[in-house]
Write a protein that binds this ligand. Structure first.
Ligand SMILES: [Zn+2]
Length: 299
């Protein structure tokens, strides 16, 4: 039994929640990569993820407290229903191939929506595995959003791997951070992911799409959107609300304070192209209302 497992299961704090145990098991398996159940994804998908990852390394500015870029990233085949990513102890990152597939579907679902209602409806179809991209889909925009979503997820993990734990290169879960501390680290990584992706020029719709999808998925699976925080991450509603407010606070006043990515210091934080996405970002209250309305119509 490894030190990690010993601490997790027979350590000073023997009682862990189900989701904490699941997170330990998942991250342990990923760290090992030798696990017979872990298979690398196709070279094509790996290349797509590599190019997004490379574009994020440059914006690692002094302002973010990031001293070194993440060493590497591996795309693996996740199990049934898996769509996650993890920062490993050496600072490298593992991403499920399903994150990329899901990002493609989320990008198409959002790009083909004409209003909030349609956006939530399309994302519900994605969560139920029955979304079909309509003929009028703007494929360029869908791909732009999908790439931005992958950028946000990778930026989130890069922040875990380097900013939160620069001294040890360890992700929060491996540092033994639980409960409130772990959730605070998640929120900081959400902010870091957005900063990195934005500086590299990706659409804020990347983070919005991902967080929004988590929220819709929660509702589709019949879980309570208003549940109190529990487990290792803030609730999807809390994460979406954070993303929404974070974007809203920055959209008109902030400027890039350190050079990085393709952007220069002093430029507005969001470029005109990035800002064009703001018009279609629904408020958390509107999303919740929409989810409840759709629930009444489609039991
Ligand atoms: Zn995280």
């Amino acid at each position: 039994m490894s030190t990690l497992q010993r601490r997790a299961f027979v350590g000073r704090r023997p009682v862990y929640t189900h989701s904490e145990r699941a997170a330990i098991a998942r991250e342990t398996a990923m760290t090992m990569l030798k696990d017979p159940n872990v298979h690398l994804s196709s070279p094509e998908i790996q290349a797509r993820v590599d190019s997004v990852h490379a574009s994020l390394v440059k914006p690692l500015g002094k302002e973010l407290g990031i001293r070194r870029p993440t060493p590497g990233i591996a795309v693996i085949e996740g199990g049934e229903g898996a769509h996650g990513a993890s920062a490993l102890p050496n600072g490298s990152i593992v991403v499920h191939r399903q994150v990329v597939d899901l990002a493609d579907r989320i990008g198409a679902a959002i790009a083909s929506s004409r209003d909030e209602k349609e956006m939530i409806g399309n994302l519900k179809d994605v969560a139920r595995g029955r979304f079909v991209a309509p003929a009028h889909l703007d494929r360029t925009r869908a791909q732009e959003y999908a790439k931005a979503t992958v950028a946000f997820v990778i930026g989130h993990e890069m922040t875990h791997g380097v900013r939160q734990d620069g001294a040890t290169g360890q992700a929060p879960i491996r540092k033994g951070m639980w409960g409130r501390a772990k959730r605070a680290a998640e929120t900081a990584s959400d902010a870091g992911g957005l900063e990195l992706a934005t500086r590299a020029g990706y659409s804020p719709m990347g983070q919005v799409g991902w967080s929004l999808y988590q929220m819709v998925e929660t509702a589709v699976h019949g879980r309570d959107l208003d549940a109190k925080q529990q487990g290792s991450h803030p609730t999807p509603l809390a994460r979406y609300t954070f993303a929404y407010r974070y974007l809203d606070n920055r959209k008109d006043t902030s400027r890039i304070t350190n050079e990085g990515g393709s952007r220069q210091a002093g430029e507005p934080f969001f470029s005109a192209a990035q800002k064009s996405a703001f018009a279609s970002i629904p408020s958390p209250e509107a999303v919740r209302k929409q989810l409840k309305e759709l629930d009444r119509k489609t039991p």
